[in-house]
Unconditional design. Structure first.
Length: 391
Protein backbone atom coordinates (compact mmCIF):
# COMPACT_ATOMS: atom_id res chain seq x y z
CA UNK A 1 0.00 0.00 0.00
CA UNK A 2 3.05 2.23 0.11
CA UNK A 3 2.37 5.71 1.46
CA UNK A 4 -1.37 5.56 0.90
CA UNK A 5 -3.73 6.63 3.62
CA UNK A 6 -4.42 3.56 5.72
CA UNK A 7 -7.96 2.46 6.52
CA UNK A 8 -9.18 0.79 9.68
CA UNK A 9 -12.49 -0.73 10.72
CA UNK A 10 -13.33 0.67 14.15
CA UNK A 11 -16.93 -0.44 14.60
CA UNK A 12 -19.51 -2.86 13.26
CA UNK A 13 -22.91 -4.34 14.01
CA UNK A 14 -25.14 -7.10 12.70
CA UNK A 15 -28.88 -7.02 13.29
CA UNK A 16 -31.40 -9.81 12.80
CA UNK A 17 -34.67 -8.65 14.37
CA UNK A 18 -36.09 -11.49 16.44
CA UNK A 19 -39.62 -10.48 15.49
CA UNK A 20 -39.30 -8.75 12.07
CA UNK A 21 -42.95 -7.77 11.87
CA UNK A 22 -42.59 -5.73 15.06
CA UNK A 23 -39.85 -3.51 13.62
CA UNK A 24 -40.04 -1.70 10.29
CA UNK A 25 -37.14 -1.80 7.85
CA UNK A 26 -36.48 1.89 8.52
CA UNK A 27 -36.35 1.24 12.28
CA UNK A 28 -34.00 -1.68 11.71
CA UNK A 29 -31.66 0.50 9.64
CA UNK A 30 -31.59 3.11 12.37
CA UNK A 31 -30.90 0.46 15.00
CA UNK A 32 -27.99 -1.23 13.18
CA UNK A 33 -26.46 2.15 12.27
CA UNK A 34 -26.38 3.34 15.85
CA UNK A 35 -25.20 -0.03 17.13
CA UNK A 36 -22.15 0.24 14.85
CA UNK A 37 -21.52 3.82 15.97
CA UNK A 38 -21.73 2.78 19.62
CA UNK A 39 -19.29 -0.04 18.93
CA UNK A 40 -16.87 2.57 17.57
CA UNK A 41 -17.56 4.90 20.49
CA UNK A 42 -18.59 7.79 18.23
CA UNK A 43 -21.73 9.60 17.09
CA UNK A 44 -23.21 10.22 13.66
CA UNK A 45 -21.72 13.74 13.77
CA UNK A 46 -18.28 12.12 13.46
CA UNK A 47 -19.16 10.52 10.12
CA UNK A 48 -18.05 12.35 6.96
CA UNK A 49 -19.92 10.19 4.46
CA UNK A 50 -22.09 7.12 4.07
CA UNK A 51 -22.14 4.28 1.55
CA UNK A 52 -25.31 2.23 1.32
CA UNK A 53 -25.85 -1.01 -0.61
CA UNK A 54 -29.44 -1.96 -1.32
CA UNK A 55 -31.49 -3.91 -3.84
CA UNK A 56 -34.68 -2.30 -5.10
CA UNK A 57 -36.11 -5.65 -6.20
CA UNK A 58 -35.69 -7.26 -2.77
CA UNK A 59 -36.79 -4.10 -0.99
CA UNK A 60 -39.95 -4.08 -3.06
CA UNK A 61 -39.66 -0.39 -3.95
CA UNK A 62 -37.94 1.90 -6.45
CA UNK A 63 -34.81 3.84 -5.47
CA UNK A 64 -34.59 2.31 -1.99
CA UNK A 65 -31.84 4.74 -0.97
CA UNK A 66 -34.40 7.57 -0.84
CA UNK A 67 -36.30 5.71 1.85
CA UNK A 68 -33.10 4.73 3.68
CA UNK A 69 -31.25 8.03 3.81
CA UNK A 70 -32.91 9.37 6.93
CA UNK A 71 -32.61 6.11 8.86
CA UNK A 72 -28.84 5.80 8.28
CA UNK A 73 -28.09 9.46 9.04
CA UNK A 74 -27.79 10.61 5.46
CA UNK A 75 -29.81 13.84 5.73
CA UNK A 76 -27.39 16.73 5.18
CA UNK A 77 -24.49 14.31 4.81
CA UNK A 78 -22.70 12.96 1.73
CA UNK A 79 -24.39 9.71 0.69
CA UNK A 80 -23.45 7.19 -2.02
CA UNK A 81 -25.42 4.10 -3.03
CA UNK A 82 -24.50 0.92 -4.90
CA UNK A 83 -27.02 -1.72 -6.02
CA UNK A 84 -24.48 -4.30 -7.19
CA UNK A 85 -23.53 -5.96 -3.88
CA UNK A 86 -22.99 -5.22 -0.20
CA UNK A 87 -19.30 -6.08 -0.35
CA UNK A 88 -18.83 -3.44 -3.05
CA UNK A 89 -20.15 -0.87 -0.56
CA UNK A 90 -17.25 -1.73 1.76
CA UNK A 91 -14.75 -1.31 -1.08
CA UNK A 92 -16.28 2.06 -1.98
CA UNK A 93 -16.16 3.23 1.63
CA UNK A 94 -12.52 2.21 2.01
CA UNK A 95 -11.54 3.86 -1.27
CA UNK A 96 -13.26 7.09 -0.24
CA UNK A 97 -11.17 7.18 2.93
CA UNK A 98 -8.02 6.36 0.98
CA UNK A 99 -8.73 9.22 -1.39
CA UNK A 100 -8.15 11.70 1.41
CA UNK A 101 -11.49 13.41 0.75
CA UNK A 102 -13.08 11.69 3.75
CA UNK A 103 -11.69 10.62 7.10
CA UNK A 104 -14.61 8.48 8.26
CA UNK A 105 -17.24 6.43 6.47
CA UNK A 106 -20.31 4.52 7.52
CA UNK A 107 -21.17 1.46 5.38
CA UNK A 108 -24.69 0.00 5.69
CA UNK A 109 -26.49 -2.79 3.85
CA UNK A 110 -29.49 -5.01 4.40
CA UNK A 111 -31.52 -7.86 2.99
CA UNK A 112 -35.20 -6.99 3.15
CA UNK A 113 -38.05 -9.49 2.96
CA UNK A 114 -40.59 -7.07 1.55
CA UNK A 115 -41.36 -8.97 -1.67
CA UNK A 116 -43.83 -11.86 -1.78
CA UNK A 117 -41.40 -14.20 -3.54
CA UNK A 118 -37.64 -13.60 -3.75
CA UNK A 119 -37.18 -16.28 -6.42
CA UNK A 120 -39.76 -14.67 -8.74
CA UNK A 121 -38.08 -11.31 -8.18
CA UNK A 122 -34.68 -12.72 -9.13
CA UNK A 123 -36.10 -14.29 -12.29
CA UNK A 124 -37.63 -11.01 -13.42
CA UNK A 125 -34.18 -9.41 -13.21
CA UNK A 126 -32.63 -11.84 -15.71
CA UNK A 127 -32.19 -11.72 -19.45
CA UNK A 128 -35.72 -12.19 -20.86
CA UNK A 129 -34.76 -14.34 -23.87
CA UNK A 130 -32.37 -16.92 -22.42
CA UNK A 131 -32.01 -16.90 -18.64
CA UNK A 132 -35.59 -16.14 -17.68
CA UNK A 133 -36.82 -19.08 -19.71
CA UNK A 134 -34.67 -21.58 -17.77
CA UNK A 135 -36.02 -20.20 -15.32
CA UNK A 136 -32.91 -18.77 -13.64
CA UNK A 137 -32.63 -17.57 -10.03
CA UNK A 138 -29.88 -17.69 -7.39
CA UNK A 139 -30.65 -21.26 -6.37
CA UNK A 140 -30.78 -22.54 -9.96
CA UNK A 141 -27.45 -20.92 -10.82
CA UNK A 142 -25.86 -22.28 -7.65
CA UNK A 143 -27.11 -25.75 -8.55
CA UNK A 144 -25.64 -25.50 -12.05
CA UNK A 145 -22.33 -24.53 -10.44
CA UNK A 146 -22.54 -27.45 -7.99
CA UNK A 147 -23.20 -29.87 -10.86
CA UNK A 148 -20.20 -28.56 -12.79
CA UNK A 149 -17.97 -29.00 -9.74
CA UNK A 150 -19.25 -32.50 -8.95
CA UNK A 151 -18.46 -33.52 -12.53
CA UNK A 152 -14.85 -32.41 -12.08
CA UNK A 153 -14.09 -33.52 -8.50
CA UNK A 154 -14.81 -37.13 -7.46
CA UNK A 155 -16.44 -37.55 -4.05
CA UNK A 156 -17.27 -33.87 -3.78
CA UNK A 157 -20.74 -34.38 -2.38
CA UNK A 158 -19.29 -35.94 0.77
CA UNK A 159 -17.08 -32.88 1.27
CA UNK A 160 -20.05 -30.56 0.67
CA UNK A 161 -22.09 -32.29 3.37
CA UNK A 162 -19.15 -32.02 5.80
CA UNK A 163 -18.77 -28.29 5.09
CA UNK A 164 -22.47 -27.75 5.80
CA UNK A 165 -22.28 -29.77 8.99
CA UNK A 166 -19.21 -27.84 10.20
CA UNK A 167 -20.67 -24.40 9.42
CA UNK A 168 -23.96 -25.25 11.09
CA UNK A 169 -22.03 -26.29 14.20
CA UNK A 170 -20.15 -22.99 14.12
CA UNK A 171 -23.41 -21.09 13.64
CA UNK A 172 -25.07 -22.76 16.61
CA UNK A 173 -22.29 -21.34 18.79
CA UNK A 174 -21.99 -17.93 17.13
CA UNK A 175 -25.67 -17.05 16.65
CA UNK A 176 -27.70 -19.71 18.47
CA UNK A 177 -30.96 -17.75 18.18
CA UNK A 178 -30.66 -17.37 14.40
CA UNK A 179 -29.34 -20.76 13.33
CA UNK A 180 -32.38 -23.05 13.20
CA UNK A 181 -31.25 -25.01 10.13
CA UNK A 182 -30.71 -28.81 10.43
CA UNK A 183 -27.28 -29.73 11.75
CA UNK A 184 -27.39 -33.52 11.60
CA UNK A 185 -25.65 -35.16 8.67
CA UNK A 186 -28.64 -37.24 7.67
CA UNK A 187 -30.85 -34.15 7.54
CA UNK A 188 -28.31 -32.24 5.46
CA UNK A 189 -27.72 -34.99 2.93
CA UNK A 190 -31.32 -36.12 2.65
CA UNK A 191 -34.57 -34.26 2.55
CA UNK A 192 -36.36 -32.52 -0.26
CA UNK A 193 -34.36 -31.94 -3.44
CA UNK A 194 -34.62 -28.24 -4.35
CA UNK A 195 -32.38 -28.00 -7.43
CA UNK A 196 -30.16 -30.97 -8.16
CA UNK A 197 -27.79 -31.63 -6.37
CA UNK A 198 -28.85 -29.16 -3.64
CA UNK A 199 -31.16 -30.52 -0.97
CA UNK A 200 -33.25 -28.46 1.41
CA UNK A 201 -30.73 -29.30 4.14
CA UNK A 202 -27.76 -27.91 2.18
CA UNK A 203 -28.93 -24.29 1.98
CA UNK A 204 -30.48 -21.77 4.35
CA UNK A 205 -33.64 -19.83 3.60
CA UNK A 206 -33.30 -16.06 3.04
CA UNK A 207 -33.88 -13.96 6.14
CA UNK A 208 -34.05 -10.30 7.13
CA UNK A 209 -30.64 -9.08 8.20
CA UNK A 210 -28.66 -5.83 8.35
CA UNK A 211 -24.97 -4.97 8.62
CA UNK A 212 -23.21 -1.67 9.39
CA UNK A 213 -19.49 -0.88 9.61
CA UNK A 214 -17.51 2.23 10.56
CA UNK A 215 -14.26 2.99 8.73
CA UNK A 216 -11.65 5.64 9.55
CA UNK A 217 -8.28 6.86 8.29
CA UNK A 218 -5.07 6.24 10.20
CA UNK A 219 -4.67 9.93 11.05
CA UNK A 220 -8.24 10.14 12.41
CA UNK A 221 -7.61 7.03 14.51
CA UNK A 222 -4.34 8.49 15.81
CA UNK A 223 -6.12 11.70 16.82
CA UNK A 224 -8.67 9.68 18.78
CA UNK A 225 -6.29 7.29 20.51
CA UNK A 226 -7.89 8.24 23.83
CA UNK A 227 -10.92 6.20 22.75
CA UNK A 228 -8.82 3.01 22.78
CA UNK A 229 -10.30 2.02 19.45
CA UNK A 230 -10.22 -1.65 18.55
CA UNK A 231 -9.15 -1.60 14.92
CA UNK A 232 -8.90 -4.05 12.05
CA UNK A 233 -6.61 -2.55 9.43
CA UNK A 234 -7.31 -3.06 5.75
CA UNK A 235 -4.12 -4.52 4.32
CA UNK A 236 -5.44 -5.23 0.85
CA UNK A 237 -8.55 -5.37 -1.32
CA UNK A 238 -9.40 -6.92 -4.67
CA UNK A 239 -12.55 -7.28 -6.72
CA UNK A 240 -13.44 -8.69 -10.14
CA UNK A 241 -16.47 -9.78 -12.14
CA UNK A 242 -17.39 -12.75 -14.32
CA UNK A 243 -19.23 -12.31 -17.60
CA UNK A 244 -22.98 -12.07 -17.13
CA UNK A 245 -24.00 -14.83 -19.56
CA UNK A 246 -23.71 -18.24 -17.90
CA UNK A 247 -23.20 -19.97 -21.26
CA UNK A 248 -19.90 -18.13 -21.67
CA UNK A 249 -18.53 -19.44 -18.35
CA UNK A 250 -16.95 -22.64 -17.12
CA UNK A 251 -18.89 -22.87 -13.85
CA UNK A 252 -16.35 -25.26 -12.34
CA UNK A 253 -13.78 -22.46 -12.19
CA UNK A 254 -13.81 -18.90 -10.90
CA UNK A 255 -11.17 -16.73 -12.60
CA UNK A 256 -12.65 -13.54 -11.19
CA UNK A 257 -11.98 -14.75 -7.66
CA UNK A 258 -8.41 -15.58 -8.52
CA UNK A 259 -7.99 -12.08 -10.03
CA UNK A 260 -9.49 -10.44 -6.93
CA UNK A 261 -7.29 -12.61 -4.69
CA UNK A 262 -4.11 -11.72 -6.56
CA UNK A 263 -4.94 -8.03 -6.29
CA UNK A 264 -5.66 -8.18 -2.55
CA UNK A 265 -2.67 -10.41 -1.78
CA UNK A 266 -0.27 -8.31 -3.81
CA UNK A 267 -1.36 -5.21 -1.96
CA UNK A 268 -1.15 -6.90 1.45
CA UNK A 269 2.13 -8.72 0.83
CA UNK A 270 0.47 -12.13 1.18
CA UNK A 271 2.04 -15.15 -0.51
CA UNK A 272 -0.61 -16.76 -2.72
CA UNK A 273 1.26 -20.06 -2.58
CA UNK A 274 1.14 -20.10 1.23
CA UNK A 275 -1.31 -17.58 2.73
CA UNK A 276 -0.62 -16.88 6.41
CA UNK A 277 -4.13 -16.28 7.74
CA UNK A 278 -5.39 -17.18 11.19
CA UNK A 279 -8.91 -17.63 9.81
CA UNK A 280 -11.17 -16.93 6.85
CA UNK A 281 -14.76 -15.83 6.30
CA UNK A 282 -15.90 -16.82 2.82
CA UNK A 283 -19.04 -16.95 0.67
CA UNK A 284 -21.04 -20.11 1.29
CA UNK A 285 -24.55 -19.75 -0.10
CA UNK A 286 -23.94 -23.44 -0.80
CA UNK A 287 -21.15 -25.66 0.56
CA UNK A 288 -19.82 -25.98 -3.00
CA UNK A 289 -19.28 -22.22 -3.05
CA UNK A 290 -17.16 -22.39 0.09
CA UNK A 291 -14.95 -25.06 -1.44
CA UNK A 292 -14.37 -23.18 -4.69
CA UNK A 293 -13.72 -20.03 -2.64
CA UNK A 294 -11.03 -21.81 -0.62
CA UNK A 295 -9.34 -22.80 -3.87
CA UNK A 296 -9.49 -19.26 -5.26
CA UNK A 297 -8.03 -17.85 -2.03
CA UNK A 298 -5.13 -20.28 -2.16
CA UNK A 299 -6.24 -22.00 1.06
CA UNK A 300 -6.98 -25.45 -0.38
CA UNK A 301 -6.58 -26.87 -3.91
CA UNK A 302 -9.51 -28.93 -5.15
CA UNK A 303 -7.39 -32.07 -5.07
CA UNK A 304 -7.42 -31.79 -1.26
CA UNK A 305 -11.02 -30.68 -0.68
CA UNK A 306 -12.30 -34.08 0.44
CA UNK A 307 -9.27 -34.86 2.59
CA UNK A 308 -9.08 -31.40 4.17
CA UNK A 309 -12.76 -31.25 5.11
CA UNK A 310 -12.75 -34.79 6.50
CA UNK A 311 -9.71 -33.99 8.68
CA UNK A 312 -11.40 -30.93 10.18
CA UNK A 313 -8.88 -28.45 8.77
CA UNK A 314 -11.54 -25.74 8.46
CA UNK A 315 -13.32 -26.35 11.77
CA UNK A 316 -12.96 -24.27 14.91
CA UNK A 317 -10.19 -26.55 16.15
CA UNK A 318 -8.54 -26.88 12.72
CA UNK A 319 -5.45 -25.37 11.17
CA UNK A 320 -7.39 -22.69 9.26
CA UNK A 321 -10.86 -22.10 10.73
CA UNK A 322 -13.38 -21.02 8.10
CA UNK A 323 -16.68 -19.28 8.81
CA UNK A 324 -16.61 -19.41 12.59
CA UNK A 325 -19.74 -17.26 12.32
CA UNK A 326 -21.57 -20.14 10.64
CA UNK A 327 -21.64 -18.31 7.33
CA UNK A 328 -24.67 -18.08 5.08
CA UNK A 329 -25.26 -21.80 5.58
CA UNK A 330 -26.43 -20.88 9.07
CA UNK A 331 -27.78 -17.35 8.61
CA UNK A 332 -28.54 -16.10 5.12
CA UNK A 333 -29.48 -12.43 4.57
CA UNK A 334 -28.90 -12.86 0.83
CA UNK A 335 -28.02 -9.37 -0.35
CA UNK A 336 -25.79 -8.35 2.57
CA UNK A 337 -24.18 -11.74 3.21
CA UNK A 338 -20.90 -10.59 1.61
CA UNK A 339 -20.66 -7.58 3.92
CA UNK A 340 -21.36 -9.91 6.85
CA UNK A 341 -18.32 -12.00 5.91
CA UNK A 342 -16.20 -8.82 5.87
CA UNK A 343 -17.62 -7.63 9.18
CA UNK A 344 -17.02 -11.02 10.80
CA UNK A 345 -13.38 -11.16 9.64
CA UNK A 346 -12.85 -7.59 10.84
CA UNK A 347 -14.39 -8.37 14.23
CA UNK A 348 -12.17 -11.43 14.66
CA UNK A 349 -9.15 -9.24 13.92
CA UNK A 350 -10.39 -6.57 16.35
CA UNK A 351 -10.98 -9.22 19.03
CA UNK A 352 -14.69 -8.34 19.11
CA UNK A 353 -16.33 -11.48 17.73
CA UNK A 354 -17.95 -12.52 20.99
CA UNK A 355 -18.71 -16.19 21.64
CA UNK A 356 -17.00 -17.36 18.44
CA UNK A 357 -13.82 -15.26 18.84
CA UNK A 358 -10.61 -17.15 18.07
CA UNK A 359 -7.95 -16.62 20.74
CA UNK A 360 -5.35 -14.91 18.54
CA UNK A 361 -6.11 -13.40 15.14
CA UNK A 362 -3.30 -11.37 13.65
CA UNK A 363 -4.40 -11.63 10.03
CA UNK A 364 -7.69 -12.68 8.43
CA UNK A 365 -9.18 -12.83 4.96
CA UNK A 366 -12.78 -12.12 3.97
CA UNK A 367 -14.47 -13.09 0.72
CA UNK A 368 -17.85 -12.00 -0.57
CA UNK A 369 -19.59 -13.28 -3.69
CA UNK A 370 -22.81 -12.12 -5.33
CA UNK A 371 -24.76 -12.71 -8.50
CA UNK A 372 -25.60 -15.90 -10.33
CA UNK A 373 -23.02 -18.64 -9.66
CA UNK A 374 -20.73 -16.14 -7.88
CA UNK A 375 -20.51 -13.57 -10.68
CA UNK A 376 -19.02 -10.84 -8.44
CA UNK A 377 -16.07 -11.61 -6.16
CA UNK A 378 -14.44 -9.39 -3.55
CA UNK A 379 -11.49 -10.17 -1.26
CA UNK A 380 -10.36 -8.14 1.77
CA UNK A 381 -7.29 -8.84 3.91
CA UNK A 382 -7.28 -7.55 7.50
CA UNK A 383 -4.42 -7.20 9.96
CA UNK A 384 -4.30 -6.29 13.64
CA UNK A 385 -1.55 -3.76 12.98
CA UNK A 386 -1.17 -1.18 10.18
CA UNK A 387 0.89 -2.36 7.24
CA UNK A 388 4.12 -0.63 8.26
CA UNK A 389 4.25 -2.48 11.59
CA UNK A 390 2.49 -5.71 10.56
CA UNK A 391 4.60 -8.84 10.81
Amino acid sequence: MGNQIKVGVIGSAVLAPRHPKNMSLEESMHAVTHAALRDAGIGIEDIDGIVVASCDQLDGRAIAIMMASGSVGGVGRDLLSTPSSAEHAFVLGALRVRSGMYRTQLVVSWNAMETDDIIDTQRLGTDPYFHRALPLDDLSSHALQANALEAKVPGLREAAVTVTETNRRHGSMAYPDYSPAPRERVQIEGGKMLRWPLTEGMVSAPVLGLVAMVLASDDWIAEHKDKNLKTAWVHGMGWATETGFLGDRDLSTLPSLRAATEQAYRESGTDLAKPDFDLAEVADATPYQQLVALEGLGLCPRERWTQATASGQFSKEGETPVNLSGGALSFNPVFCSGLMRIAEAANQTRGCAGAHQRAVVRKAVAHGASGFAMQYNTVVVFGREPMETAQ
